[in-house]
Ligand binder design. Structure first.
Ligand SMILES: [Zn+2]
Length: 66
């Protein structure tokens, strides 16, 4: 399975970055953004996105592995 890369900067994405993108932007997405590009695009801090990841994990969101 090829590794997914950020559609903006080309960084290799980890599974949390993919999951949070699906959860917050588009569940059916096939291209994703890294946290850095996500933060710039949506004018939020990287920390806010990481907090969201933790939040969704705690909620037991099925997009995230726990
Ligand atoms: Zn990026």
């Amino acid at each position: 399975m090829p590794q997914d890369k950020c559609k903006i900067c080309g960084n290799i994405l980890d599974k949390d970055e993919i999951a949070v993108y699906k959860r917050m932007v588009n569940r059916g997405a096939t291209e994703y953004m890294c946290i850095k590009c996500f933060a710039i695009k949506f004018e939020v801090t990287e920390k806010a996105i990481k907090d969201k990841i933790e939040h969704f994990k705690k909620m037991g969101c099925t997009l995230f592995d726990t």
